[in-house]
Design a binder for this molecule. Sequence first.
Ligand code: SF4
Length: 346
Amino acid sequence: MNKKDLRSLSLDELKNAAEDCGEKTYRGSQVYEWLHKRCADGLDEMTNVPKSFRNRISEDYELYDLEVIKVLRDEEDGTCKFLLKTVDDNVIESVLMKYEHGFSACISSQVGCRMGCSFCASTIGGRIRDLTAGEMAEQIYAMQKSENVRISNIVVMGTGEPFDNYDSFVRFYEIITGKEGQNISGRNITVSTCGIVEKIRELADRHFALTLAISLHAPYDELRKKIMPVANRYSIEEIMDACDYFFERTGRRVTFEYSLISEVNDSRECAERLAKLLKGKNSHVNLIPVNPVKERDYKRSGQENISAFKKLLEKNGINVTIRRGMGKNIDAACGQLRRSYIKGEL
Ligand code: SF4
């Protein structure tokens, strides 16, 4: 990684690069189209771009390609978990899910994560590095090519806290929604954060049409601090204010993710406090029966508790769904596959 990632450049930056090399700006557009529409793996493929320009580009840039090293398939629901190797030999994971309306991808934004959420395997080894915008896009391209499908929905909910790598996330969003590339609608993109308040506000000011999801997991600070260290930095009140601001600026309702952990946050009292917190807000709650993580002592809530929790929220007029468990027959929790690989268990 001595050079910068060519795939992370915006269209304008590539046009400028062309001009700097004494070429017409459309040469930059051609390279962009090769990278983001045709999902080229190398400059050699760009046969309509003059070799002299390609050579000049490669003096400063390289392609941070991802190599597919393992695909685990759940034959029951069609979910595929990908282990991908970066150019500096790190391993990340991405997931491809098949729904009635098409294919959805869950991608990572960092190698590892430093947020320390106690129910999450991705954070166990800490954060190794941020992924570039190009590497986020390349996860989509690599999965599309491997399975010969077209991805129409993206959730940035894999390993990493996207707002801890905010600039790359914004760049990725602009690339992946760009008309000259994949042209995926912003409405089909969800970004999930554990609640980095300043970045929620910054994102609101950009007026992107995406869905913001907050990993909440507890209805009051004391409990949230036990589950998520980030709660020591931002109170739930601050997060709610930032979410209200997001809604005001974008008109997009916010989703709250709530992992149900047996005897930790699945009591009637928790449901009541969550209902009180969200009452009257234009929001949506996604209840996630937690995936047990080998290294943690958490158990999934029983079906009865899950249903009771849901009913109580509904009674209070809150939109709520239970997340469909995808890929149950393969290591499903975020970060588990990568950990198994690193430990040599795969
Ligand atoms: S849940 Fe997300 S933010 Fe929390 S540790 Fe895992 S990857 Fe990081």
